[in-house]
Ligand binder design. Structure first.
Ligand code: NAD
Length: 270
């Protein structure tokens, strides 16, 4: 991948995940800088990955070829304002990982000649198992798309969406999804504890079942999920009985409703 000079505005969890992946993949640490108003997070990133920590957002953005906006959506306008006043963004690539802020809003915030790609990552990026959805408006060059795709591939898999609304689908199916699985696993752990297992053993049982199931899905990319499910469901057996209850309680419909709710919330945030 190309090693452009890149800066992260914001030094939180997602910035850390992406920086960790880049450095592990051989991106030169001296080409990466990070800005955040407080020294704590940015200095920790500098200490952990050898990147440059800076308290000067303008200098960071001015020197960089790629500016990653990695702050909370509600801070975005305040963060962009001083940058817009002092930086010419027309020759830069801007990457936003913020939920709910559309490309059209970035044109207002940073100028309408902006070269921008929206990225929707998720927290498993922290362990190299991320899933990121990417959207670029038509005017973004293939070279910039390839660069952004390579960047996010360093922390997991990627999926491009042709329509910006597709980002909301990515939020529902991947961005928010780790929490769905955590909820399911929490419920299973609690019930295993009620069955008499100590908390650690209950967690181990659930964790290994979940990561084992995910590994089976990965190892059999051409096998439909329904087939994998059927392979562990003997007729009249224990799994069949558990699945009967899930279906009676309308688990598939509940999952669909929950994903729709995530999409609706993302639309409201726009
Ligand atoms: P976070 O709260 O961990 O980090 C935010 C960072 O912004 C902090 O380091 C803070 O120091 C910095 N900051 C605060 N004010 C600033 C300012 N004025 N200028 C520059 N930096 C400032 O947040 P996060 O979880 O890393 O999320 C960052 C973005 O990633 C958000 O927009 C969020 O929507 C998006 N995102 C997060 C997830 C997730 O699961 N965490 C998933 C997808 C997208």
């Amino acid at each position: 991948m190309q090693h452009r000079k890149i800066t992260f505005i914001g030094a939180g969890n997602m910035a850390r995940a992406i920086i960790a992946g880049l450095v592990a993949g051989g991106y030169p640490a001296k080409s990466i800088s990070v800005y955040a108003p407080s020294t704590k997070n940015r200095d920790a990133l500098a200490a952990d990955y050898g990147i440059v920590s800076s308290g000067d957002n303008i200098a960071c953005a001015r020197e960089a070829e790629v500016v990653v906006l990695a702050v909370k959506p509600q801070m975005m306008a305040d963060v962009c304002q001083p940058l817009r006043e002092q930086i010419d963004f027309s020759a830069k690539l801007v990457l936003s990982i913020a939920a709910g802020i559309q490309v059209s809003r970035f044109y207002q915030l940073l100028g309408d000649r902006l070269n921008i790609v929206r990225i929707m990552p998720n927290t498993p990026s922290l362990v190299g198992k991320g899933m990121s959805g990417l959207y670029a408006p038509p005017q973004v060059s293939q070279q910039d798309r390839d660069y952004t795709g390579d960047l996010m591939s360093s922390v997991g898999k990627i999926c491009w969406v042709d329509d910006e609304n597709g980002i909301n689908g990515v939020i529902a199916a991947a961005g928010s999804a780790p929490a769905y699985f955590f909820l399911f696993m929490e419920a299973m752990q609690k019930e295993a504890e009620r069955m008499g297992f100590d908390s650690q053993t209950a967690r181990d049982l659930v964790q290994q079942a979940a990561s084992g199931a995910a590994a089976l899905v990965e190892a059999n990319p051409d096998t439909p999920l329904s087939t994998l499910r059927e392979q562990v469901t003997s007729k009249g057996g224990t799994t069949a009985e558990a699945l009967r209850v899930f279906n009676e309680q309308r688990l598939p419909e509940t999952v669909a409703k929950a994903m729709q709710a995530a999409v609706s919330r993302a639309q409201e945030m726009e």
